[in-house]
Write a protein that binds this ligand. Structure first.
Ligand code: AMP
Ligand code: GLY
Length: 417
Protein backbone atom coordinates (compact mmCIF):
# COMPACT_ATOMS: atom_id res chain seq x y z
CA UNK A 1 0.00 0.00 0.00
CA UNK A 2 0.99 3.59 -0.58
CA UNK A 3 0.55 6.05 2.29
CA UNK A 4 0.88 9.82 2.44
CA UNK A 5 1.64 11.65 5.69
CA UNK A 6 0.89 15.37 5.93
CA UNK A 7 3.35 17.51 7.89
CA UNK A 8 7.03 18.14 8.45
CA UNK A 9 7.93 17.83 12.13
CA UNK A 10 9.11 15.27 14.66
CA UNK A 11 5.54 14.02 15.04
CA UNK A 12 5.34 13.29 11.32
CA UNK A 13 8.76 11.59 11.37
CA UNK A 14 7.46 9.29 14.11
CA UNK A 15 4.29 8.56 12.11
CA UNK A 16 6.33 7.79 8.95
CA UNK A 17 8.65 5.59 11.03
CA UNK A 18 5.67 3.64 12.44
CA UNK A 19 4.28 3.08 8.93
CA UNK A 20 7.75 2.03 7.71
CA UNK A 21 7.52 -0.96 10.07
CA UNK A 22 4.24 -2.14 8.54
CA UNK A 23 4.55 -5.17 6.27
CA UNK A 24 1.59 -3.93 4.25
CA UNK A 25 3.10 -0.55 3.40
CA UNK A 26 5.53 -0.49 0.49
CA UNK A 27 5.70 3.24 -0.27
CA UNK A 28 5.57 6.25 2.05
CA UNK A 29 5.27 9.86 0.91
CA UNK A 30 5.45 12.84 3.24
CA UNK A 31 4.27 16.35 2.36
CA UNK A 32 6.41 18.27 2.92
CA UNK A 33 8.71 16.31 5.26
CA UNK A 34 12.27 17.10 6.33
CA UNK A 35 15.77 15.65 5.88
CA UNK A 36 15.27 13.00 8.58
CA UNK A 37 11.91 11.98 7.20
CA UNK A 38 13.51 11.49 3.77
CA UNK A 39 15.34 8.47 5.28
CA UNK A 40 12.00 6.60 5.46
CA UNK A 41 9.72 8.45 3.05
CA UNK A 42 9.78 10.31 -0.23
CA UNK A 43 9.28 13.98 0.58
CA UNK A 44 6.89 15.91 -1.64
CA UNK A 45 7.03 19.70 -1.76
CA UNK A 46 3.40 20.50 -0.93
CA UNK A 47 2.49 22.40 2.26
CA UNK A 48 -0.16 21.19 4.76
CA UNK A 49 -2.47 24.12 3.88
CA UNK A 50 -2.47 23.35 0.13
CA UNK A 51 -5.48 21.04 0.35
CA UNK A 52 -6.32 20.99 -3.37
CA UNK A 53 -2.75 20.18 -4.35
CA UNK A 54 -2.56 17.43 -1.74
CA UNK A 55 -5.77 15.83 -3.06
CA UNK A 56 -4.50 16.12 -6.63
CA UNK A 57 -1.26 14.40 -5.59
CA UNK A 58 -3.15 11.62 -3.78
CA UNK A 59 -5.30 11.02 -6.87
CA UNK A 60 -2.36 11.05 -9.26
CA UNK A 61 -0.21 8.70 -7.18
CA UNK A 62 -3.17 6.49 -6.26
CA UNK A 63 -2.46 6.87 -2.54
CA UNK A 64 -4.30 4.18 -0.55
CA UNK A 65 -4.30 6.06 2.74
CA UNK A 66 -3.48 9.60 3.88
CA UNK A 67 -2.66 10.37 7.52
CA UNK A 68 -2.87 13.98 8.72
CA UNK A 69 -0.29 15.15 11.27
CA UNK A 70 -1.32 18.64 12.37
CA UNK A 71 -4.38 20.75 13.06
CA UNK A 72 -3.90 23.26 10.25
CA UNK A 73 -4.97 20.89 7.47
CA UNK A 74 -7.80 19.48 9.61
CA UNK A 75 -9.19 22.93 10.44
CA UNK A 76 -9.08 23.76 6.71
CA UNK A 77 -11.24 20.72 5.95
CA UNK A 78 -8.74 18.34 4.35
CA UNK A 79 -10.73 15.30 5.49
CA UNK A 80 -14.02 16.56 4.04
CA UNK A 81 -12.31 17.31 0.71
CA UNK A 82 -10.51 13.95 0.50
CA UNK A 83 -13.66 12.03 1.43
CA UNK A 84 -15.70 13.95 -1.18
CA UNK A 85 -13.16 12.77 -3.72
CA UNK A 86 -13.34 9.16 -2.52
CA UNK A 87 -9.85 9.27 -0.98
CA UNK A 88 -9.21 7.40 2.28
CA UNK A 89 -7.86 9.61 5.03
CA UNK A 90 -7.30 9.47 8.80
CA UNK A 91 -8.23 12.63 10.66
CA UNK A 92 -11.31 14.49 11.85
CA UNK A 93 -13.73 16.54 9.75
CA UNK A 94 -13.62 20.34 9.72
CA UNK A 95 -16.65 20.45 11.99
CA UNK A 96 -15.06 18.12 14.56
CA UNK A 97 -11.81 20.11 14.30
CA UNK A 98 -13.61 23.03 15.97
CA UNK A 99 -13.01 21.22 19.26
CA UNK A 100 -9.43 22.43 18.84
CA UNK A 101 -9.73 25.38 16.47
CA UNK A 102 -12.18 27.27 18.73
CA UNK A 103 -11.71 27.20 22.49
CA UNK A 104 -15.16 28.82 22.94
CA UNK A 105 -16.73 26.04 20.86
CA UNK A 106 -14.92 23.40 22.95
CA UNK A 107 -15.95 24.94 26.28
CA UNK A 108 -19.61 25.31 25.21
CA UNK A 109 -19.55 21.69 23.97
CA UNK A 110 -18.19 20.51 27.34
CA UNK A 111 -20.87 22.49 29.17
CA UNK A 112 -23.62 20.95 27.01
CA UNK A 113 -22.37 17.45 27.83
CA UNK A 114 -21.42 18.00 31.50
CA UNK A 115 -17.79 17.16 30.85
CA UNK A 116 -15.57 18.24 33.80
CA UNK A 117 -13.59 21.36 32.92
CA UNK A 118 -12.65 24.73 34.45
CA UNK A 119 -15.47 27.27 34.96
CA UNK A 120 -15.40 29.78 32.12
CA UNK A 121 -16.91 32.75 30.34
CA UNK A 122 -16.63 33.75 26.70
CA UNK A 123 -16.20 37.44 25.85
CA UNK A 124 -16.67 39.07 22.46
CA UNK A 125 -14.40 42.03 23.10
CA UNK A 126 -11.51 43.04 25.33
CA UNK A 127 -13.83 45.37 27.30
CA UNK A 128 -16.30 42.55 27.90
CA UNK A 129 -13.43 40.25 28.97
CA UNK A 130 -12.23 42.84 31.52
CA UNK A 131 -15.75 43.18 32.87
CA UNK A 132 -15.80 39.44 33.70
CA UNK A 133 -12.54 39.48 35.69
CA UNK A 134 -14.26 40.00 39.03
CA UNK A 135 -16.04 36.66 38.60
CA UNK A 136 -12.69 34.85 38.71
CA UNK A 137 -10.63 36.49 41.46
CA UNK A 138 -6.84 36.49 41.20
CA UNK A 139 -6.33 33.16 39.48
CA UNK A 140 -7.63 33.39 35.99
CA UNK A 141 -6.47 31.99 32.66
CA UNK A 142 -6.95 34.09 29.53
CA UNK A 143 -7.22 32.26 26.21
CA UNK A 144 -7.49 33.42 22.62
CA UNK A 145 -10.31 31.55 20.91
CA UNK A 146 -8.55 30.46 17.71
CA UNK A 147 -5.51 28.39 16.75
CA UNK A 148 -2.44 30.15 18.12
CA UNK A 149 0.32 27.50 18.05
CA UNK A 150 0.48 27.38 21.85
CA UNK A 151 0.88 31.16 22.23
CA UNK A 152 -2.74 32.02 22.96
CA UNK A 153 -2.91 31.07 26.64
CA UNK A 154 -1.82 33.21 29.59
CA UNK A 155 -2.04 31.79 33.12
CA UNK A 156 -2.38 34.82 35.44
CA UNK A 157 -1.87 35.29 39.16
CA UNK A 158 -3.19 38.81 39.62
CA UNK A 159 -5.96 40.89 38.06
CA UNK A 160 -3.34 43.37 36.78
CA UNK A 161 -1.64 40.54 34.91
CA UNK A 162 -5.00 39.46 33.53
CA UNK A 163 -5.81 42.96 32.25
CA UNK A 164 -2.42 43.11 30.47
CA UNK A 165 -2.94 39.61 29.06
CA UNK A 166 -6.34 40.55 27.65
CA UNK A 167 -4.95 43.67 26.03
CA UNK A 168 -1.78 42.09 24.69
CA UNK A 169 -3.39 38.98 23.26
CA UNK A 170 -4.20 40.48 19.88
CA UNK A 171 -0.60 41.59 19.33
CA UNK A 172 0.62 38.09 20.14
CA UNK A 173 -1.80 35.90 18.20
CA UNK A 174 -3.43 38.23 15.62
CA UNK A 175 -6.96 39.58 15.37
CA UNK A 176 -8.49 36.37 13.92
CA UNK A 177 -7.55 34.26 16.92
CA UNK A 178 -9.19 36.64 19.42
CA UNK A 179 -12.56 37.38 17.88
CA UNK A 180 -13.58 35.73 21.13
CA UNK A 181 -11.67 35.56 24.42
CA UNK A 182 -12.18 32.73 26.90
CA UNK A 183 -11.67 33.40 30.61
CA UNK A 184 -11.19 30.38 32.83
CA UNK A 185 -10.81 29.51 36.45
CA UNK A 186 -7.20 28.47 37.07
CA UNK A 187 -6.99 24.78 37.94
CA UNK A 188 -4.34 23.33 40.22
CA UNK A 189 -2.85 19.86 39.82
CA UNK A 190 -0.61 17.74 37.63
CA UNK A 191 -1.09 17.69 33.90
CA UNK A 192 -1.43 14.49 31.90
CA UNK A 193 -2.15 13.99 28.22
CA UNK A 194 -4.29 11.08 27.17
CA UNK A 195 -4.68 10.29 23.49
CA UNK A 196 -7.00 7.85 21.82
CA UNK A 197 -7.91 6.54 18.40
CA UNK A 198 -11.62 6.71 17.64
CA UNK A 199 -13.69 5.31 14.77
CA UNK A 200 -16.68 7.44 15.70
CA UNK A 201 -18.22 4.79 17.95
CA UNK A 202 -15.38 2.77 19.46
CA UNK A 203 -12.12 4.02 20.83
CA UNK A 204 -8.71 2.68 21.82
CA UNK A 205 -6.58 4.47 24.38
CA UNK A 206 -2.88 5.13 24.03
CA UNK A 207 -0.50 5.14 27.03
CA UNK A 208 -0.70 8.35 29.11
CA UNK A 209 2.04 10.87 28.49
CA UNK A 210 3.33 14.10 30.00
CA UNK A 211 5.07 16.90 28.18
CA UNK A 212 7.36 19.66 29.37
CA UNK A 213 6.25 22.90 27.74
CA UNK A 214 8.68 25.45 29.15
CA UNK A 215 12.12 26.09 27.68
CA UNK A 216 13.94 26.06 31.03
CA UNK A 217 14.65 23.40 33.62
CA UNK A 218 12.27 23.30 36.57
CA UNK A 219 9.51 24.50 34.22
CA UNK A 220 10.94 28.00 33.94
CA UNK A 221 11.04 30.50 31.10
CA UNK A 222 8.97 30.85 27.95
CA UNK A 223 6.43 28.38 26.64
CA UNK A 224 7.49 26.24 23.68
CA UNK A 225 5.89 23.66 21.42
CA UNK A 226 7.25 21.07 23.88
CA UNK A 227 10.80 20.31 25.06
CA UNK A 228 10.28 16.65 25.84
CA UNK A 229 7.78 14.01 26.81
CA UNK A 230 7.64 10.72 28.63
CA UNK A 231 5.11 7.98 28.78
CA UNK A 232 4.69 5.83 31.82
CA UNK A 233 1.69 3.74 32.82
CA UNK A 234 2.06 5.06 36.38
CA UNK A 235 0.92 8.51 35.23
CA UNK A 236 -2.69 7.38 35.69
CA UNK A 237 -4.07 4.66 37.97
CA UNK A 238 -6.65 2.14 36.77
CA UNK A 239 -9.33 3.93 38.80
CA UNK A 240 -8.38 7.32 37.35
CA UNK A 241 -8.48 5.88 33.82
CA UNK A 242 -11.87 4.37 34.45
CA UNK A 243 -13.26 7.64 35.74
CA UNK A 244 -11.80 9.55 32.78
CA UNK A 245 -13.42 7.02 30.45
CA UNK A 246 -16.89 7.41 31.93
CA UNK A 247 -16.80 11.13 32.75
CA UNK A 248 -14.79 12.47 29.81
CA UNK A 249 -14.08 10.11 26.91
CA UNK A 250 -17.51 8.55 26.47
CA UNK A 251 -19.53 11.78 26.82
CA UNK A 252 -17.13 13.51 24.40
CA UNK A 253 -17.46 10.85 21.70
CA UNK A 254 -21.21 10.49 22.25
CA UNK A 255 -21.61 14.28 22.20
CA UNK A 256 -19.79 14.49 18.87
CA UNK A 257 -22.01 11.78 17.44
CA UNK A 258 -25.32 13.20 18.67
CA UNK A 259 -24.37 16.70 17.48
CA UNK A 260 -23.72 15.33 13.99
CA UNK A 261 -19.93 15.37 13.78
CA UNK A 262 -18.68 11.93 14.87
CA UNK A 263 -15.03 11.97 15.89
CA UNK A 264 -13.12 9.70 13.54
CA UNK A 265 -9.38 10.00 13.97
CA UNK A 266 -7.44 11.01 17.04
CA UNK A 267 -8.56 12.75 20.21
CA UNK A 268 -5.91 14.25 22.49
CA UNK A 269 -7.15 15.20 25.94
CA UNK A 270 -5.08 17.74 27.86
CA UNK A 271 -6.07 16.94 31.45
CA UNK A 272 -5.48 18.57 34.82
CA UNK A 273 -5.61 16.05 37.67
CA UNK A 274 -7.24 18.22 40.34
CA UNK A 275 -8.21 17.29 43.91
CA UNK A 276 -11.73 16.64 42.65
CA UNK A 277 -10.67 14.53 39.68
CA UNK A 278 -9.55 14.95 36.08
CA UNK A 279 -10.71 18.06 34.23
CA UNK A 280 -10.25 18.86 30.55
CA UNK A 281 -7.85 21.74 29.88
CA UNK A 282 -8.11 21.39 26.15
CA UNK A 283 -9.08 19.13 23.30
CA UNK A 284 -6.71 18.56 20.42
CA UNK A 285 -7.93 16.50 17.51
CA UNK A 286 -4.60 15.09 16.33
CA UNK A 287 -1.39 13.58 17.61
CA UNK A 288 0.78 15.85 19.78
CA UNK A 289 4.33 16.89 19.07
CA UNK A 290 6.47 15.62 20.87
CA UNK A 291 3.90 13.33 22.59
CA UNK A 292 3.69 11.14 19.47
CA UNK A 293 7.38 10.29 19.56
CA UNK A 294 7.05 8.83 23.08
CA UNK A 295 3.81 7.05 22.19
CA UNK A 296 4.63 5.46 18.85
CA UNK A 297 7.95 3.94 20.00
CA UNK A 298 5.80 1.80 22.32
CA UNK A 299 3.25 0.76 19.71
CA UNK A 300 3.58 -2.92 18.79
CA UNK A 301 0.40 -3.15 16.70
CA UNK A 302 0.71 -2.27 13.01
CA UNK A 303 -0.37 1.39 12.62
CA UNK A 304 -1.95 0.50 9.29
CA UNK A 305 -4.21 -2.07 10.98
CA UNK A 306 -5.35 0.66 13.38
CA UNK A 307 -6.08 3.00 10.47
CA UNK A 308 -8.09 0.30 8.67
CA UNK A 309 -10.06 -0.38 11.86
CA UNK A 310 -10.85 3.35 12.13
CA UNK A 311 -12.06 3.45 8.52
CA UNK A 312 -14.10 0.22 8.89
CA UNK A 313 -15.45 1.19 12.35
CA UNK A 314 -14.02 -2.02 13.82
CA UNK A 315 -11.70 -0.58 16.48
CA UNK A 316 -13.58 -2.64 19.08
CA UNK A 317 -12.31 -5.81 17.39
CA UNK A 318 -8.66 -4.82 17.32
CA UNK A 319 -6.51 -5.31 20.40
CA UNK A 320 -3.75 -2.72 20.61
CA UNK A 321 -0.44 -3.85 22.07
CA UNK A 322 2.00 -1.48 23.72
CA UNK A 323 5.54 -2.22 24.81
CA UNK A 324 5.53 -2.57 28.61
CA UNK A 325 7.49 -0.05 30.65
CA UNK A 326 8.20 3.54 29.69
CA UNK A 327 9.53 5.82 27.00
CA UNK A 328 11.02 9.27 26.81
CA UNK A 329 11.71 11.89 24.15
CA UNK A 330 14.24 14.67 24.75
CA UNK A 331 13.95 17.59 22.32
CA UNK A 332 17.13 19.25 21.11
CA UNK A 333 16.49 22.84 20.04
CA UNK A 334 18.40 25.57 18.25
CA UNK A 335 20.03 28.58 19.81
CA UNK A 336 17.47 31.32 20.70
CA UNK A 337 14.43 28.97 20.49
CA UNK A 338 11.56 29.71 21.24
CA UNK A 339 12.56 33.11 19.88
CA UNK A 340 13.81 33.38 16.29
CA UNK A 341 16.10 30.33 16.08
CA UNK A 342 19.63 30.31 14.68
CA UNK A 343 19.63 27.81 11.80
CA UNK A 344 22.09 26.31 9.29
CA UNK A 345 24.37 24.75 11.94
CA UNK A 346 25.98 21.40 11.19
CA UNK A 347 24.78 18.61 13.48
CA UNK A 348 27.51 16.24 14.71
CA UNK A 349 27.34 12.77 16.20
CA UNK A 350 24.19 11.34 14.64
CA UNK A 351 26.08 8.39 13.15
CA UNK A 352 27.00 7.21 16.66
CA UNK A 353 23.43 6.76 17.89
CA UNK A 354 22.41 3.12 18.15
CA UNK A 355 20.57 3.02 21.46
CA UNK A 356 17.83 5.57 20.71
CA UNK A 357 15.65 6.66 17.82
CA UNK A 358 16.33 10.08 16.38
CA UNK A 359 13.20 11.80 15.10
CA UNK A 360 13.94 14.89 13.05
CA UNK A 361 11.80 17.99 13.55
CA UNK A 362 13.75 20.75 11.79
CA UNK A 363 16.64 19.57 9.64
CA UNK A 364 17.86 19.78 6.07
CA UNK A 365 20.97 18.51 4.30
CA UNK A 366 23.84 20.29 2.57
CA UNK A 367 25.43 19.04 -0.67
CA UNK A 368 28.03 17.05 1.28
CA UNK A 369 25.19 15.13 2.95
CA UNK A 370 25.59 16.68 6.42
CA UNK A 371 22.46 17.31 8.46
CA UNK A 372 21.92 20.99 9.27
CA UNK A 373 19.53 22.65 11.71
CA UNK A 374 16.60 24.32 9.96
CA UNK A 375 14.11 25.19 12.71
CA UNK A 376 13.54 25.83 16.42
CA UNK A 377 13.00 22.27 17.51
CA UNK A 378 15.55 20.18 15.63
CA UNK A 379 15.61 16.59 16.94
CA UNK A 380 13.65 14.40 19.36
CA UNK A 381 15.87 11.72 20.88
CA UNK A 382 13.52 8.92 21.86
CA UNK A 383 14.06 5.71 23.80
CA UNK A 384 12.13 2.99 25.58
CA UNK A 385 13.02 1.20 28.81
CA UNK A 386 11.70 -1.29 31.33
CA UNK A 387 11.05 1.70 33.55
CA UNK A 388 11.22 5.48 33.24
CA UNK A 389 14.74 5.73 34.62
CA UNK A 390 16.04 3.31 31.98
CA UNK A 391 14.23 5.08 29.16
CA UNK A 392 15.61 8.44 30.31
CA UNK A 393 19.16 7.11 30.77
CA UNK A 394 19.17 5.69 27.26
CA UNK A 395 17.75 8.86 25.73
CA UNK A 396 20.27 11.11 27.54
CA UNK A 397 23.18 8.77 26.68
CA UNK A 398 22.33 9.39 23.02
CA UNK A 399 21.81 13.13 23.58
CA UNK A 400 25.37 13.35 24.94
CA UNK A 401 26.75 12.19 21.58
CA UNK A 402 25.05 14.95 19.58
CA UNK A 403 26.10 18.56 19.27
CA UNK A 404 25.92 21.75 17.23
CA UNK A 405 26.57 25.40 17.89
CA UNK A 406 24.02 26.65 20.41
CA UNK A 407 22.18 23.34 20.89
CA UNK A 408 19.90 23.53 23.93
CA UNK A 409 17.83 20.95 25.78
CA UNK A 410 16.36 20.27 29.19
CA UNK A 411 18.17 17.85 31.48
CA UNK A 412 15.10 17.27 33.62
CA UNK A 413 12.68 15.57 31.25
CA UNK A 414 10.71 12.92 33.16
CA UNK A 415 11.86 14.21 36.55
CA UNK A 416 8.50 15.66 37.52
CA UNK A 417 6.32 12.56 37.71
P1 AMP B 1 -4.27 24.90 26.50
O1 AMP B 1 -3.70 25.23 25.15
O2 AMP B 1 -5.67 25.37 26.68
O3 AMP B 1 -4.05 23.48 26.93
O4 AMP B 1 -3.35 25.68 27.53
C1 AMP B 1 -1.94 25.55 27.52
C2 AMP B 1 -1.43 25.34 28.91
O5 AMP B 1 -1.90 26.39 29.77
C3 AMP B 1 -1.91 24.05 29.57
O6 AMP B 1 -1.12 22.97 29.22
C4 AMP B 1 -1.79 24.42 31.03
O7 AMP B 1 -0.45 24.30 31.47
C5 AMP B 1 -2.18 25.87 31.07
N1 AMP B 1 -3.62 26.03 31.34
C6 AMP B 1 -4.63 26.12 30.43
N2 AMP B 1 -5.82 26.23 31.04
C7 AMP B 1 -5.59 26.20 32.36
C8 AMP B 1 -6.42 26.28 33.52
N3 AMP B 1 -7.74 26.43 33.43
N4 AMP B 1 -5.84 26.21 34.73
C9 AMP B 1 -4.49 26.09 34.84
N5 AMP B 1 -3.64 26.00 33.78
C10 AMP B 1 -4.18 26.07 32.56
N1 GLY C 1 2.85 19.27 22.56
C1 GLY C 1 1.58 19.87 22.55
C2 GLY C 1 0.81 19.73 21.32
O1 GLY C 1 1.18 19.06 20.37
O2 GLY C 1 -0.27 20.31 21.27
Amino acid sequence: MKVLIIGSGGREHAICWAFSKSKKVNKIYCANGNAGISQVAECVNIKPDEIDKLAEFAQKEKIDLTFVGGETSLALGIVDEFENQGLKIIGVSQKTAQLESSKAFAKNFMARHQIPTAKYKVANSTAEAESYLNDFGENVVIKADGLAAGKGVVVCQTQTEAVSAINELEAIVGADAISQIVLEERLIGKEVSLLLFSDGKNFAQMPPVRDHKRIGEGDSGANTGGMGTFSDDGLLSKEQLQKITTEIIKPTLEGCETEGFPLRGILFLGLMMTETGAKVLEYNIRFGDPETQSILVRLETDLLDICEAILNQTLDKLELNWKKGSSACVVLASKNYPGKPQTGDKISGLENIKEAIVFHAGTNKNEAGDFLTSGGRVLGITATGENLEQALNTAYEAVNKISWDGMQYRRDIGKTI
